[in-house]
Design a protein around this ligand. Structure first.
Ligand SMILES: [Fe+2]
Length: 249
């Protein structure tokens, strides 16, 4: 399997490119609007064909490139069925693997950051979305977030994966790229060290985080699988522009 971890700097998102060497089929997980051309160039460079895009959840901090990539390449939009978006081509759910050539992707229902969130296990890697980040976890105060559900998703489901499983998060804001289940179980300051449920819930409810600056545009845009909604103010235009594109006037 070809595997690339691609960084999108506007929202500090990691997009994952998985390519099947036998069939030439590829999938992008959590592609982001400003970097869709960069991702496509990477796919072309590797001689692959994009067959699916797949998101871990409805994002509040960026707009998915799913719809744009479908328009440009004919790729199908895979997304958790539970979110019931009208624009999904391939509704996915736990128990039904997504097959990309010889690559098998196992969706893991991991609600708590959002109520429809899924992580994706691929062999000895797990793409944890915003459920589990390196030394952190996604916030639980928007999008039907629920710290109790997140605790069960991470401590109950993700931490039950083999210790050596590599953890690839959807974001990192401090230049970290990869971790492992063993490392997060041991030293994640929010969920590691066998922290009990009530202590985690208390911690999450006390975070008092700022209102997400792009959420009011990202949610409607992502419910349409990646439309930049009208009215995005100039100070947030970088979420919709291509990286490297200069805005005139
Ligand atoms: Fe998120």
């Amino acid at each position: 399997m070809l595997f690339r971890q691609l960084f999108e700097p506007v929202s500090s998102t990691y997009t994952y490119l998985l390519g099947c060497e036998e069939t030439g089929q590829a999938i992008l997980i959590d592609p982001v609007l400003p970097t869709w051309q960069r991702d496509l160039e990477e796919i072309n460079k590797l001689g692959l064909t994009l067959v699916y895009t797949l998101d871990t959840h409805i994002h509040a901090d960026h707009i998915t490139a799913a719809r744009t990539l479908k328009r440009e390449t004919g790729s199908q939009i895979a997304h958790p069925a539970i979110d019931a978006l009208a624009c999904i081509d391939l509704p996915i759910s736990e128990g039904t693997p997504v097959q990309v050539g010889e690559i098998r992707i196992d969706p893991l229902f991991t609600p708590g950051h959002t109520d429809g969130h899924h992580a994706y296990q691929v062999g000895n890697r797990v793409l944890t979305g915003d459920a589990l980040l390196i030394d952190a976890c996604g916030r639980t105060d928007f999008q039907s977030g629920d710290p109790t559900a997140l605790y069960h998703s991470v401590a109950g489901k993700l931490f039950a994966l083999p210790d050596e499983t590599l953890v690839y998060p959807a974001h990192d804001y401090e230049g970290r790229w990869v971790s492992s289940i063993a490392q997060e179980k041991t030293r994640n300051p929010r969920l590691g060290g066998d922290r009990p449920l009530d202590s985690f819930v208390e911690l999450m409810n006390a975070l008092d985080l700022a209102y997400p600056k792009f959420i009011d545009y990202a949610l409607p845009g992502n419910r349409e699988c990646g439309v930049c909604p009208p009215g995005v103010p100039d100070n947030l235009s970088q979420y919709c522009d291509q990286i490297g594109e200069s805005r005139q006037g």
